[in-house]
Design a protein around this ligand. Sequence first.
Ligand SMILES: NC(=O)c1ccc[n+]([C@@H]2O[C@H](COP(=O)([O-])OP(=O)(O)OC[C@H]3O[C@@H](n4cnc5c(N)ncnc54)[C@H](O)[C@@H]3O)[C@@H](O)[C@H]2O)c1
Length: 182
Amino acid sequence: MANKLGVGVIGCGNISKAYFSLAPLFRGIKMRACADINMDAAKMRAKEFKLRAETVNDLLKDDEIDIIVNLTIPAVHYEISKAVLDAGKHVYSEKPFVLSIKEGLDLKSRAEKKGLRIGSAPDTFFGGAHQLARELIDSGKLGRITSGTCHVMGHGMEHWHPNPDFFFQPGAGPVLDIGPYY
Ligand SMILES: NC(=O)c1ccc[n+]([C@@H]2O[C@H](COP(=O)([O-])OP(=O)(O)OC[C@H]3O[C@@H](n4cnc5c(N)ncnc54)[C@H](O)[C@@H]3O)[C@@H](O)[C@H]2O)c1
């Protein structure tokens, strides 16, 4: 592919490592730069993955960046994604995409006005299992679906996350943090 889309990341915390290490598998994109409110975190990832560390404002203005991946904490997902769209770039956000329907509709309308794309993790919905389930439901073979249930068991976030504070702040909790996966 001749022209690769330039990708920048805002939020260089725990999950960012997975994005930086797996990005080379996708031929249409090229990770170019990263930013964080904590410049040391951005510099650390930049060094590790041979990227440019930039301030959030500089990344938003960077002409080599077409898409920004929002890997910040849930409480600021909306404000960061909004700033990305206002800067004229596509945005892909970690879950939860936003914390209210109002915020989601606002991002939708900002993206549509500028012809930009918005998307959110988890993208497991594109996988074979989810797509087959969707096809079965859409085909009507299962009749009308009237209810659903899911169960999650875990020790608690503080058992695995190095900096778990955000799981106990607005935007977290089982519905917004775990719900998006299902
Ligand atoms: N899809 C998955 O499997 C998965 C897994 C883990 C986390 N997540 C989601 O990814 C997001 C990030 O999780 P994490 O574990 O990396 O969190 P983290 O706390 O380790 O990292 C978040 C980073 O965002 C930065 N940040 C916070 N506010 C900012 C702002 N206003 N501007 C710029 N940077 C800012 C912080 O300094 C920090 O470095 C969360 O929404 C979480 O739910 C998804």
